[in-house]
Design a protein around this ligand. Sequence first.
Ligand code: ASP
Ligand code: MG
Length: 410
Amino acid sequence: MGLIVQKYGGTSVADVDRIRHVADRVIQTVEKGDQLVVILSAMAGVTDKLLDLASQAAEMPDKRELDVLLATGEQTTAALLAITLQARGYPARSLLGFQAAVLTDHDFGNARILEVGTQRILDLLDKKNIVVVAGFQGCDLQGNITTLGRGGSDTSAVAIAAALGADMCEIYTDVDGIYTADPNVCSRARKLSRVTYDEMLNMASLGAKVLQIRSVAFAKKFNVPVHVRSSFSEEEGTMVVNNDEAGMESLVVSAVTHDKNEARITLKKVPDQPGIAAKIFSPIAAAGIVVDMIIQNTREEGDTDLTFTVPKSDYARALKIEEKIAAEIGAEQVYGDRDIAKISVVGMGMKNHSGVAATMFNTLARENINIHMITTSEIRISCVVDEKYAELAVRVLHTAFGLDTEEERD
Ligand code: ASP
Ligand code: MG
């Protein structure tokens, strides 16, 4: 007998019919003899609707009260599934975050899980119940309801699976797994049967569409095996596993991702002196802006050009800050570009292979795609290119690294 945690996302519980379908899956699992804890999201669109209601009530809703409101989405689905299971003759109990002892800090709207108490869940399982837990919510030390940030029920599921020492955490969603590229961009993208935690963490936008990235960091920390799969098919999805379990034949490159959410800022002819980088980046940090890529080139003339990227949404603010700094430090010019895309190739196999960067650069060169910035890590190489080439870059790299499926999907 195993202990399984299953999480169903918003589209899987979008109405009572779909909740019935979830009940079928749940019943199938318990009929196999496994113990089961089910974590649910709110019905698709409900969290957005609740946010909208709050913004009608006040321009800046109080954060504590907002979490009380948002948590009702998951309260609804958890109760409905328990009711459905009981009506089918299966003992079931729903628990809200605080009842399941999901303890968080008090950062309302983006709380972090500190601890999950398992006693109540284990007692209910012992009494042969299917335990249904409302995802996305917890409570702080003062007993206030908190929520974990958008997409947070993934993190609820992984955290509860970790605390219980579950054999598997299955994430049921509306896609059938993790793909080698965004299938909307690359018709020859294919589903990966396995991907490592580190690859997922490096797949940024591609991974984040499927799982809340915080849940992957959690899974890695506690070594929770995660199976991402579709609730609308029986097919196996993608296993997200430990680096050691990647398998001998792990691909050199597992995925090609693109990210259009960054913008680039360049300071031209910055004095090449100690302390200058600190002057450039401290005010950006103080403004709460997260810098991703940074490149700097030193020239013999004693000055240097410095380029970095920030989220597009922070671009205007960052540019203004740097215009001020540039005048202070005597840089010649500041300019930026919003129309960029970051293209990355990601793969554990890169650790033991040379030539990945060369293949990437050659492939882009053949298409006449200019590279503006490059950064590398142990398992990722990223290039910034003009935004208009993003899709083309993904497709040609996908082919170059041997990821294409034979069959083109429609
Ligand atoms: N209902 C929440 C949201 O839409 C949490 C989740 O679905 O994971 O963000
Ligand atoms: Mg989700």
